[in-house]
Design a protein around this ligand. Structure first.
Ligand code: NAD
Length: 256
């Protein structure tokens, strides 16, 4: 049994993952804007710094796992905030908590990305993605707030996040800490419901084809996170696991 920090644990995928891991006997340290051991706003650098230092305090600087679920949907009409939470709210915690993971037992981290992160081959050349990957939050927020569609900002933030996970594989492997991501398709959570209830965004989400014919449940993503954290996955590192009912495979069958 270990000590695991989890962001975005108040609702949806994070809440289901917390429940699943607690049922396995782990001790969870939650970080969220509400209903968590560590209350922090991950949209700001100060909030993220406080979240890291509070988690380190609660864990006595030793973590066996980190799960980063906090995120905002593209229907939220504050592009800069969506970008900051989805990208910087994950990478700053990853980097801030790595020293504590290095002291853990069979340590591993899992980040919740999205299958939308690869919906367009153009994402990799977007200036907003370059700014995120360069760590330039002010510039990334400026570009995102300057008329980009909200759903594009969401997908760009998840594209950059997937790159950030893969770019850390070499250093984290050497540090002895495994790092992977899950790329869910549509999952029935408050975030998805918010999108479905938003004019325009809702029609787009409803038109999204999922080969197995339904949306996912938060518990189904929690099971993948649990698997990736565990000893069965000791050789899995730097990977992005699609849990999307086959949507990515049907959209880009020959790219993997
Ligand atoms: P959700 O809205 O139920 O959960 C998001 C959590 O993040 C909540 O607990 C919320 O309080 C927290 N959060 C939001 N803003 C925050 C902030 N500023 N600081 C701290 N915490 C904050 O949504 P979900 O669907 O469970 O989303 C979890 C993750 O899964 C997100 O990263 C999301 O992008 C990703 N995802 C979801 C879907 C889906 O269809 N639901 C699909 C792909 C990826």
């Amino acid at each position: 049994m270990g000590t695991i920090a989890i962001s975005g644990c108040a609702t949806g995928i994070g809440a289901a993952t917390r429940k699943r891991l607690e049922a396995d006997g782990h001790r969870l340290i939650g970080v969220d804007i509400k209903d968590a051991e560590v209350i922090a706003d991950l949209s700001t650098a100060e909030g993220r710094a406080r979240a890291s230092s509070e988690v380190l305090r609660h864990s006595a600087q030793q973590l066996d796992g980190v799960v980063l679920c906090a995120g905002l949907g593209g229907h939220i009409r504050d592009n800069a905030r969506v970008l900051s939470v989805n990208y910087f709210g994950a990478v700053d915690l990853l980097d801030g908590l790595l020293p504590a993971l290095r002291s853990g037992r069979e340590p591993a981290a899992v980040v919740i990305c999205s299958n939308s992160a690869q919906l367009s081959p153009e994402f990799g050349s977007l200036p907003v993605v370059a700014a995120m990957l360069a760590g330039d939050e002010d510039e990334a927020r400026r570009i995102a707030a300057d008329g980009l569609p909200g759903q594009l900002v969401y997908m760009a933030s998840k594209h950059a996040l997937g790159c950030a996970v893969r770019r850390r594989a070499a250093a984290w492997g050497e540090a002895g800490v495994r790092l992977n991501a899950v790329a869910p398709g549509p999952v029935r959570t408050p975030l998805l419901q918010g999108g479905l209830d938003t004019p325009g965004d809702g029609d787009m989400i409803r038109a999204f084809k999922v080969p197995i014919g339904r949306f996912g449940e938060p518990e189904e993503i929690a099971n993948v996170v649990r698997f990736l954290l565990g000893p069965e996955c000791a050789f899995v590192h730097g990977s992005i696991w699609y849990a999307d009912g086959g949507a990515d495979a049907s959209l880009r069958p020959d790219r993997f």
